[in-house]
Design a protein around this ligand. Structure first.
Ligand SMILES: *Cc1c(COP(=O)(O)O)cnc(C)c1O
Length: 392
């Protein structure tokens, strides 16, 4: 069991408000904020290069902590600025030619889908959407029928941005590997709230962010690559960190996933990401997962009991995202009314997951994403406030 008083004391931001947007940009714990701010101060004292050199060991440790969280090796991780950057760094490095096929999930995040559509346009490949089952998960049998040796890459969203679904990963990987396709897992909404082990899942690559469930700083993200790919894949863009210019007309790629990184970065942000990963490792991901799940289930059950509320979460196995609509109330207006009551939720609009939202006839859903630092009283306040909105 997590020590709720302790984690709340570590999170000054959660006092005096109900913060339910860890799926958007969470409240970082004090250790993360202190790490970032202290490093910025140090840069102001001695300059960015010397300040980074002083923290060289801690900077190397950032990947060690993230690797521990993912069951990966530090060498198979690249630190980048966002989940989308991580996803596209991998995706744009997958060789594609005319007639190749790209499969995406029905709940695909818009930025991934846009990149896939762009690459299809420039290479002559096609983008196809794998349908979902009636309960919302990726339809593994339909995927099986769609797969052939022209499929180069399957993008799977582990937990979509617009609801509590968790997609099965292992089965998708086994089928895709059967035809030699790569599986790129968008784990942006799962890392930090559920156990994600790259070995168990067997994915070729995984993208995630720092600022959501991991509670790290903004502007941080990371890419995991299967070791063989980390050592052999050629990134679409390189610099003098990802490669070495050691002869007049040639270069040598870095021997590991750091070939997917650029030299320049927010050192303070990276240190903050490391602090966030260490903080989570100390709490224990299984304890976090249990706490998030209990809170999300409580919120779902209580909201579902309100006559004007419809829960919009799909799937049998749920994440910590609670999505819902209130009959007769525009989601954006509901969000503002809740904000007036010091309750932070967001709206996930159709443009973020266009295919899924269009299929379900939804323009937007309210999204409440409780983390382990939220109390059940926070959730009761949400429910009471939503009850006050209903039918107005
Ligand atoms: C937020 C989100 C992203 C994008 O993450 P960024 O860090 O903003 O690039 C990608 N996929 C899903 C499912 C998300 O929810």
């Amino acid at each position: 069991m997590l020590d709720q008083d302790r984690v709340r004391a570590d999170t000054p931001g959660c006092a005096g408000q109900v913060f339910l947007d860890s799926a958007g940009s969470s409240l970082p714990p004090t250790v993360v904020v202190e790490e970032v701010v202290a490093h910025l101060r140090r840069e102001a004292e001695i300059g960015g290069y010397r300040a980074a050199a002083e923290r060289a060991d801690d900077l190397a440790d950032v990947k060690v902590a993230l690797a521990q969280l993912l069951g990966a090796r530090a060498d198979d991780l690249a630190l980048v600025e966002s989940a989308t950057r991580a996803w596209s760094d991998f995706f744009y490095a997958v060789p594609l030619t005319a007639g190749d096929r790209i499969l995406i999930s029905e709940v695909e995040y818009a930025s991934n889908a846009i990149a896939a559509l762009q690459r299809a346009r420039t290479t002559g490949a096609t983008v196809e959407v794998v349908p979902s089952t009636p309960t919302g998960e990726i339809d593994v049998e339909a995927l099986h029928r769609m797969l052939d040796e022209r499929v180069r890459v399957v993008s799977l969203v582990h937990a979509p941005t617009n609801g509590g679904l968790l997609n099965p990963v292992r089965e998708v990987v086994e089928l895709a590997h059967g035809v030699g396709a790569l599986v790129l897992l968008d784990a942006c909404q799962s890392v930090g709230q559920v156990r994600v082990d790259v070995h168990d899942l067997g994915v070729d690559a995984l993208s995630a962010t720092g600022r959501k469930w991991l509670r790290g700083p903004r502007g941080t993200g990371f890419l995991y690559l299967r070791p063989e790919l980390a050592q052999t894949m050629e990134p679409a863009a390189l610099d003098l960190h990802g490669a070495q210019w050691a002869e007049r007309s040639g270069y040598r790629l870095a021997p590991d996933a750091s070939r997917f990184e650029f030299w320049e970065c927010s050192v303070a942000g990276r240190l903050g990401l490391g602090a966030a990963a260490r903080y989570l490792l100390r709490l224990g991901i299984d304890e976090v997962e249990a706490a998030v799940s209990a809170r999300a289930e409580f919120a779902r059950t209580e909201l579902a009991a309100l006559p004007h509320v419809t829960i919009r979460d799909l799937g049998g196995h749920r994440s910590g995202i609670v999505s819902f609509t209130v009959a007769g109330v525009d989601p954006g207006e509901a969000r503002e009314a809740l904000a007036d009551n010091k309750i932070t939720v967001t709206v996930s609009g159709r443009g973020s997951t266009y295919v899924d939202m269009t299929r379900r006839g939804l323009d937007g859903v309210l999204r409440a994403s409780p983390h382990y630092f939220n109390t059940f009283d926070d959730l009761e306040r949400l429910v009471a406030a939503v009850a006050g909105l209903a039918g107005t």
